[in-house]
Design a protein around this ligand. Structure first.
Ligand code: PSU
Ligand code: MN
Length: 286
C-alpha cells in the first residue's frame, strides 16, 4: 500500500514534504510550483525530497513531478485518520503535516518541512478544533521545520498543548516561536538552537531518550508585520459564511492572498522554500 521512490529508499538524508499546501494552500495551478521549489531547495542542501500523497490506491512517498500535477483543488485533504480510507477508495489525497508524518514514519523518514504546523483553532472549545498534526507529531519520531504554526490559529494555546504532549518547540536562532508571516510576538520557545547541526543533534538525543516529534520554528527572512487584522477579518468572513473544519484554512489563506494584494502569497511561498532548505541542511547533518 506504500510506494517509496528508489532515490528516497537509497538516501539517508531525506526530507518529507506535504501535499495539502500544494492542493489547498495556493490559487489553482500555483501550488505545484511551490511544491517543486521546496523540492529544489531540499536538493540544493544536498538531501533528497520525498513529497508525499495518496494516489491510485497507494500512499506514495516521493511523488514525481507529473504525479504532483494531479494534486489540484479537487484533492481530498488527508490527515492521519484519512490515509487508509483515501488509499482504499482510490482518492487523490493531499496529506496534511499529520498525514505526511504518519506516512514518513512508515517509510523511515525523520525530517519534514512545511509552512506552518496545524494546532488549536481560535474559539476553542466552540468548537474544540485541534489539528491532528499535534497528536501525530507527539507520536512520530520526526523533526518538523516550519515558520511556527498556522497564523490563523490560537498560537499560545497550541504552544501549551505541544508542551503537554512533550513535544520540544525549538527556535532556529530565535527565542520566540515565529508567527508564520510575522517573526516576532510569539510565545517563548522551549529551547533555541543555533545551527542545522545542533538541531539534528538535539533531535537524535531526544529520540535516544524515547522521545518522538519535535517542532523547529524558523522565522521568515522577510516577515510581514501587519497581517493580524486581515486574519481576523478572514476568520469573521469564514464564520459568517458557515465555513468549518478542514475547509477553514484554505478559505482563510485565499482570502488573505486576495485581500493583501498578493503579499501573503509571496511570503507564504518564500517561507516554505526557506524551511525546506533548512530541513535539507538538517537532514544532511543528521
Ligand atoms: N499552513 C499553511 N497552509 C496549509 C496548512 C498549514 O499555511 O495549507 C495545512 C497543513 O497541511 C497542515 C494543515 O497540516 O493545514 C492542518 O489542517 P487542520 O487544521 O485542518 O488539521
Ligand atoms: Mn481541524
Amino acid at each position: 500500500m506504500i510506494r517509496v521512490a528508489d532515490e528516497v529508499r537509497e538516501s539517508n538524508a531525506v526530507v518529507a514534504l506535504e501535499t495539502t499546501l500544494v492542493a489547498h494552500g495556493f490559487p489553482p495551478g500555483e501550488g505545484v510550483e511551490v511544491g517543486l521549489e521546496a523540492e529544489r531547495q531540499v536538493r540544493a542542501a544536498g538531501a533528497v525530497p520525498a513529497t508525499i500523497g495518496v494516489l491510485d490506491g497507494q500512499i506514495v512517498v516521493g511523488l514525481t513531478a507529473d504525479e504532483l500535477e494531479r494534486f489540484g483543488a479537487a484533492a481530498r485533504k488527508v490527515g492521519p485518520r484519512d490515509l487508509a480510507v483515501a488509499a482504499e477508495q482510490g482518492a487523490v489525497g493531499a496529506t496534511t503535516v499529520g498525514g505526511t508524518l504518519a506516512a514518513a514514519q512508515a517509510a523511515g523518514i525523520s525530517w519534514l518541512a512545511t509552512g506552518g504546523l496545524g494546532g488549536v483553532h481560535r474559539g476553542f472549545p466552540d468548537p474544540p478544533d485541534v489539528s491532528a498534526d499535534l497528536a501525530q507529531l507527539a507520536r512520530t519520531r520526526a523533526l518538523v521545520v516550519s515558520a511556527g504554526v498556522k497564523s490563523l490559529l490560537d498560537v499560545r494555546a497550541t504552544a501549551e498543548v505541544l508542551e503537554s504532549l512533550g513535544v520540544p518547540m525549538l527556535g532556529f536562532r530565535v527565542d520566540t516561536l515565529p508567527l508564520f508571516y510575522a517573526a516576532a510576538g510569539g510565545p517563548p520557545v522551549s529551547a533555541r538552537v543555533e545551527s542545522a547541526d545542533e538541531a539534528a543533534r538535539v533531535a537524535r538525543a531526544h529520540w535516544k531518550l524515547g522521545g518522538a516529534g519535535l517542532l523547529l520554528g524558523r522565522a521568515p527572512d522577510e516577515p510581514l508585520a501587519d497581517v493580524e487584522p486581515l486574519i481576523e477579518e478572514a476568520l469573521l468572513a469564514a464564520r459568517s459564511g458557515g465555513i468549518t473544519g478542514q475547509a477553514v484554512t484554505p478559505f482563510v489563506l485565499s482570502y488573505l492572498h486576495r485581500e493583501s494584494g498578493g503579499r501573503t502569497l509571496r511570503a507564504n511561498k518564500d517561507l516554505i522554500a526557506q524551511n525546506a532548505r533548512l530541513a535539507g541542511e538538517i537532514a544532511v547533518a543528521g
